[in-house]
Design a binder for this molecule. Sequence first.
Ligand SMILES: NC(=O)c1ccc[n+]([C@@H]2O[C@H](COP(=O)([O-])OP(=O)(O)OC[C@H]3O[C@@H](n4cnc5c(N)ncnc54)[C@H](OP(=O)(O)O)[C@@H]3O)[C@@H](O)[C@H]2O)c1
Length: 302
Amino acid sequence: MNHKPLGPTAVELPEIGLGTWDYRAGPDVLRAGLDAGALFVDTAESYGSEPVVADALRGLRQRVFLATKASRHHLDAAGVRAAAERSLRQLRTGWIDLYQIHEPNPAVPVEETLDAMERLVDAGLVRFIGVSNFTVPELERARMAMSKHPIVSNQVRYNLADRSIEDGLLSYCQAHQITVIAYSPLGRELPRLLDCDPRGLLASAARETGKSIPQVALNWCLYHDGVVTIPKGNSAEHLLDNCGASGWRLSPDQFRQLEEGILFRRRNMLDSMLRRYIPGWVAPFLKTCVRRLPPALRRHVN
Ligand SMILES: NC(=O)c1ccc[n+]([C@@H]2O[C@H](COP(=O)([O-])OP(=O)(O)OC[C@H]3O[C@@H](n4cnc5c(N)ncnc54)[C@H](OP(=O)(O)O)[C@@H]3O)[C@@H](O)[C@H]2O)c1
């Protein structure tokens, strides 16, 4: 497993971590991923997966980089403290390696949230502070708010079919030593990535490299400086396959063909805002509707 630096810190992060949103497979499957070198787990108070992560980490805690998140409804000073304490209990650990703001909440000044997070670092409960789903202006404001500790990461959606962060956010993070933790690196569902590849370029690259299609798709993310990925898998087979995305690189030519040939989109501000404020209960219904669309249409709403 290759590693990349975490922001400006001395920590080297496995470039493939284990995402746990909608994770249903139990501790042994996660453990298989950890044993394969993905010693980086991403969870969140809202995922409900903190207890299973705690089970998977039994006896391994010192070796694993553990990231979790505070929800947007818990971002005032007291809320952050209480959310962190709940996560520590659920995770059955004395510290969180990376504590992230899950998404901005305009109703709470980010300065208040980050001040509370800095206090958690000072108290030894958190090692590093990160954010998620932050735009460049939101990151600028967050960086200005920090008094003692840096923002080390921004967790954002990034995959071959959704390259919205290339509109300035990726280069901003690279310039300011903020690690990009790419979520949904397989497009949330592999068929959704394949919808965007009518010429079969992923399959060709897989044949040429002797790797699987998911490995090629993840490797494309990792090709970018300062980017690590956290694919989610519900089977040991998927997790081991994903770990095999590290330790090699696409050739420049293979990278270029994927860059140029996969039909990607970049979300505009309205699209991003709508997604941010869609209530959680609507999401499964929308997901079912999107699945029923023909592929050529489906890829426009990825
Ligand atoms: N910060 C945020 O707002 C945010 C938002 C979304 C996600 N995330 C994080 O990012 C993680 C990953 O994103 P995601 O869950 O949306 O999507 P993803 O990792 O892009 O895709 C997961 C899907 O790919 C399938 N898959 C995984 N490995 C595979 C393989 N080797 N071969 C074939 N299919 C494979 C999974 O199937 P199975 O489940 O059947 O294995 C699942 O359907 C989440 O778990 C979460 O930790 C963060």
